[in-house]
Structures are given as C-alpha cells and as structure tokens.
Design a binder for this molecule. Sequence first.
Ligand code: UGA
Length: 440
Amino acid sequence: MKIAMIGCGYVGLVTGACFASFGFSVASVDTDESKIASLKAGGVPIYEPGLGELLERGTKLGLVSFTTDLAEAVRAADVIFVAVGTPSRRGDGHADLAYVFAAAEEIGRTMAAEPEGGYKVVVVKSTVPVGTGDEVERILARHVPAERYSVASNPEFLREGAAIEDFKRPDRVVVGVNDERAKEVMARVYRPLSLNQAPVFYTDRRTAELTKYAANAFLATKITFINEIADLCEATGANVQDVARGIGLDRRIGPKFLNAGPGYGGSCFPKDTQALIKTAQDFGAPIRIVETVASVNDQRKRAMAKKVVKALGGEIRGATIAVLGLTFKPNTDDMRDAPSLAIVQALKDMGAEVRAYDPEGMENARRMMEGVDFVTDPYDCAKDADAAVIVTEWDVLRALDLNLLKSSLKNPVLIDLRNVYEPGEMAARGYRYVPIGRPS
Ligand code: UGA
C-alpha cells in the first residue's frame, strides 16, 4: 500500500508517521521547502510526544519520505490523503478551502498527465464543511475519467499531545465513502486497526464530514456547560468537581470533558464551531446552541482576568502577575486561540505587568504576545510577583514546590484556573487560593 500524504502540518505528520508504523510506504508532501528540508534532516517541526521516534524509525526503514514534489508522490500512490490546513476565512468565519481545492487541482492534473495510471482514492482528512468532497470530485472530474478515482472523507479525531496514542487506539475511525470500491481500499488502509478491534465505521461522505464538526461542537458544548455550572457553583458555594463527578457517573453523560477551566482554545474547537455555525446558517438550519457556546467561551477567557483583580482586592494597576502555563493545553507548544492570550491582554489592559512561563510554548508565545517578560523557570517567574495564575495544567505546574513558590511570591496568592490543587491544603500552607467553581 502506497500512501501520499499532502500536508506536513500536525495531522499530516502524525497520520503519516502512524501509517508508516503499520508498514505502509508514506510520501509526505508540503509546499514549504524549508520544512521539507528540515524534516529530511531529521527535524520535527511540532512538539508531539513520540512523533520524533516514529518518524526516525519510519525513515530508517525507508517507509517515510518527504518531498515538495506532489506529482511524484501522487503518481506512486494508491491512496492520497489531503491533510492541508482549513483555517478560518478572514471576515466570515467559514473554513477556507483554498488549500484543499489547490491540492485537488494538482492531483487531477497529475493523474491526467498519466492516462495509463491506475485507480486512486483521494481521501480528505482536513476538517472540511459538508459537501466539500463533492466539490473535490467535481475538480477531479474536470481532469480524469470517473472510473480512475473515488473521493472519501476520513475526519481525524486526534488530540494534540496524545495524538499517537489516539491514532493507535481510537474510540472509532469514521470513513465516508459513496462507492464500494473506495470502501474496499479504505478497509485495507485501516485493516491493522480493525485487527486491534478498533471500530471502523463506514457511512456516506457528507455524513462523515458533518460528524467531525458535530463531535467537536458537542465537546465544546460539554466544556462550556460545565464552565457555566462552575460559575453557578462559585455563586452558590457548591463544588463543580463534585457536580462533574456526580453527573459523569451517569453513563449517558460520561466523566470526560467535564473539567471546568478558563475556556476551550486550540486550533480546532474555536475554528470548527465557527465553521459549523456558518454552514448551518447558510443551510437555513442554524445551530443556536453552538452559537451560544462560541460566544460564551469567547467572553469567558477575558473574564478570567477579573478573578485576578478580585483576588488582589479590586485593583491590579502596577501589580506584577506571574502567568504559569501559556499553551492551550499541556503537552503541546500550540498557542492558537489559547485562553492565555486573552487573559494576558486583559491583565495588561488593566495596568498589570505580566511575567510568563511555559515549558514548551514560549517561542510561539513570544510571537503572539507583546510587552510580556518571558522567564524559563516557574519560580523565577513568580519572584516578587503579587499573584501567580495557573492557566495550563502542565505536569510541572501540577507538582510545584509550594513552599518555594510561596517564598518566591511577594503575596502568597495563587489563582488556579485548572483546579490543580486542593483548597484545604493551600489554606493550610498559608495561600490565598482561588480555584474554579469550588469554595476556597
Ligand atoms: C480536539 C478534539 O478533542 C479532537 O478529538 C479533535 O481531533 C481535534 O480537536 C481536532 O479537531 O483536530 P485538541 O484541540 O487537541 O482536540 O484538544 P482537546 O484535548 O480536545 O482540548 C481542547 C480545549 O478544551 C483545550 O483548551 C482544553 O484545555 C479544553 N478542555 C478540554 C477543557 O477546558 N476542559 C475539559 O474537560 C477538556
């Protein structure tokens, strides 16, 4: 089985490396020459646990290769995955499909230049609005006869930071196909996972496309629900963690994605909820619950700064605040739509000096935050600060030396936006501790 993986971003790299670990030959393509040169030299452009080792092994075995030559990879491939970015289109929030359609054009032209070439399945892995596969099919049809290709949809459900584990042990794989021939090829692609008892679920292409958005919107809704319950807990003296446990033990609800926090971020939930909202409006079937979720989540991020103001007695002008954790979640260097961006901006707008620490995200954060002092050690970051705020639950921030942190801070004030510590213990240690949705 020969695979061409178009796009060496997060999804393309992880998926390509994992397919190679199944023994498939994977040619990874990207237009970015410097990225390809670096990958060829053994570099890994993103932080993802285990990815470097997988790529190294795949390259050594001759199963993974990198190229900027899309045509060469497509000619050799039985299956072509399109894993290019679909960012939010500036202005209207729709998914920008320019890269997907450009890839389809090039695949079509390459196949047309080789009239004797065989049948290929073009699989859209990028997150795309319902109906995009139909458009890809129309683009290919302009170049190649229909019997030479099928278009499939195979959305990805990987979480950053746990992507390789998620790929190898998925809750499910969703494959959208409109013909039997494509289904047979996709069954071969996912045979190693099927053998491991992973449910591979086949449906039609449009349904698969929509399933991806529905999954992310549902998870975003679940998080936003518990975040608002956390606010109510704060107002009433209840404990959100116990509420989450109390409802999560009901198997119809489930315990996951019920951790209250500063609002969801990342490269997927904010962008995908927006795109789903737009698609639904365009089709005259607005999803008002997701519209509300997106707007509540946006407001929540900035509102987190008010907790700091309250903890410091109503005024932070001239205060120094140590922000611990910047990435949108742990085990990634990804800063896209991270709550820290809005929180830091709000703190600065209210006149505070901000010092920040993150184990992996500071290089990216530097490009996105101005007027912030970046410090490479959490205790140095807290030195003489008026308060510390935990924004991301990195392991190193879950296991802080609380005595050292306290002696570093000017005031022993810790605002814990991820509920990492226990209020009773923090009080006993002499902290003014402000958690989310729990009595302090
Ligand atoms: C998410 C989905 O979980 C993946 O299934 C999907 O494949 C991916 O988007 C995508 O579309 O590519 P990811 O963005 O990597 O994955 O991160 P999550 O672990 O889902 O977290 C998203 C955000 O929600 C983070 O900011 C996290 O801190 C927040 N979150 C998550 C909470 O605030 N509380 C929770 O209980 C869970």
